[in-house]
Design a protein around this ligand. Structure first.
Ligand SMILES: NC(=O)c1ccc[n+]([C@@H]2O[C@H](COP(=O)([O-])OP(=O)(O)OC[C@H]3O[C@@H](n4cnc5c(N)ncnc54)[C@H](OP(=O)(O)O)[C@@H]3O)[C@@H](O)[C@H]2O)c1
Length: 279
């Protein structure tokens, strides 16, 4: 695979030798040319790695996130190293309302005319304390960011995703959204709700067959959120975000370009674990 963007992205380049053959066979700098994909939380961690990785394979990425300076850093890298047309959308999901979502849908429609992917990656950890002491205002903020904003974006961007070309929605989940754990409070409850949204949207769109829907659990990953959750852990023991890119690329390329990847896609609505999807 010759790809000058990836040559300027050493963390991703280091992973490629381990990618499965069926990804090598399909991925080229223009594989995702003309595909427009929203990534939330695109300024840091897994979202930033995903935004840069998608651009390396030709996608126009709409980078949504809270901190403008972080989004600009990712945007500048993409502009410098790829031929794609990214945009940034500074937005605090804790304050998202339907007017803002409708304005976003309108500007995506005006600028690109279409949308093919939506990756709900942004989330807030919130405090790690027992439910009995959990402050109600922080509960609301976490649920608003991690669940309500996902519902609003799925609803407000649905018509753009449902325009004709195949599309894909990915919900980035967590182990504590599958098995509750003491002191994980609103974050854990919000990820259970996200799994519910994933299954409902998949069920509602399965018959039409145009939109594929997935939940991805990255597992422990070397990011700011993980440091916040486990301050005493040695980060060097954890995978970097780029180690998860092969799964995201498999799901997005496979959904957006049906028939081009030899490995069959998981059923829509499936819940995938980034640590063991190849095994
Ligand atoms: N890292 C792990 O070990 C791990 C494990 C399981 C699941 N996950 C999931 O993986 C996803 C990515 O997490 P990460 O580890 O990459 O965390 P991260 O590095 O802390 O990144 C989280 C991103 O979400 C954005 N964000 C947070 N609150 C927001 C808000 N209110 N509005 C808009 N953007 C907001 C952040 O923006 P700012 O930087 O501007 O604040 C940041 O870009 C999350 O859904 C997380 O639950 C992570």
């Amino acid at each position: 695979m010759t790809n000058t963007a990836i040559e300027n992205y050493p963390e991703l380049l280091a992973q490629i030798a381990d990618w499965p053959r069926f990804l090598h066979d399909v991925l080229a700098p223009n594989t995702l040319l003309g595909k427009r994909i929203v990534v939330t939380g695109a300024g840091d961690g897994i979202g930033k790695a995903l935004a840069k990785s998608l651009a390396c394979f030709g996608a126009d990425v709409i980078l949504l996130g809270r901190t403008r300076a972080k989004l600009e850093t990712a945007f500048d890298w993409i502009k410098q190293h790829t031929q794609t047309d990214p945009v940034i959308v500074p937005c605090d999901l804790a304050r998202l309302d339907t007017d803002t979502v409708n304005a976003l849908a309108e500007s995506i429609s005006d600028h690109y005319g279409s949308l093919h992917g939506l990756v709900h990656n942004a989330s807030m950890l919130g405090p790690k304390i027992p439910l009995v002491h959990y402050p109600a205002d922080q509960w609301q903020t976490v649920m608003q960011t991690n669940v309500n904003a996902v519902f609003m974006l799925n609803q407000g961007l649905f018509n753009l995703l449902d325009q004709g070309d195949p599309s894909c929605v990915i919900h980035v989940s967590s182990s504590v959204g599958l098995q509750g754990r003491a002191y994980w409070g609103a974050y854990s409850a919000s990820k259970f709700a996200l799994e519910g949204l994933n299954q409902i949207l998949a069920d509602e769109t399965e018959t039409a067959g145009k939109i594929r829907v997935y939940s991805v659990n990255p597992g422990g990953t070397r990011t700011a959120m993980r440091r916040e959750a486990y301050p005493l852990e040695d980060p060097q023991t954890l995978p970097i975000p780029e180690q998860h890119m092969s799964l995201f690329l498999f799901l997005l390329v496979g959904s957006l370009l049906p028939g081009q990847i030899s490995k069959p896609l998981p059923t829509t609505g499936a819940q995938l674990d980034a640590r063991n999807w190849q095994s």
